[in-house]
Design a protein around this ligand. Structure first.
Ligand SMILES: [Zn+2]
Length: 102
């Protein structure tokens, strides 16, 4: 299981019309350890399920080898990354779920 990188400044949940700070990083990997370009999202707790569902729907239409969705917790503690330059990438805190797609 690979540790994804996320922007130190987390921005906002990527769900439509949501401006909460994201707590989760959702990625589609195929094959294991290989991130599929453009198939990542940061989401708040309220939109985690919908984001996983959307990526699962996409995966059902794709040709995958050993695809899975990896969900990681983002360390969103206030002040933890405030002093870092804009655009700095940090490891997400920890992966806690792998959801097979095949
Ligand atoms: Zn949200």
């Amino acid at each position: 299981m690979t540790m994804p990188l996320v922007h130190a400044q987390h921005g906002r949940c990527q769900a439509e019309r949501c401006d909460r700070t994201p707590c989760f990083r959702i990625e589609v990997h195929d094959p294991p350890g290989t991130l599929i370009d453009g198939k990542t999202a940061n989401a708040c707790a309220d939109h985690l399920g919908a984001t996983v569902r959307d990526l699962s729907r996409w995966a059902a239409t794709a040709t995958l080898i050993e695809g899975y969705i990896q969900v990681c917790v983002i360390d969103g503690r206030p002040g933890s990354a405030d002093s870092l330059p804009e655009g700095t990438l940090l490891p997400a805190s920890w992966p806690f779920a792998n959801i097979p797609l095949i």
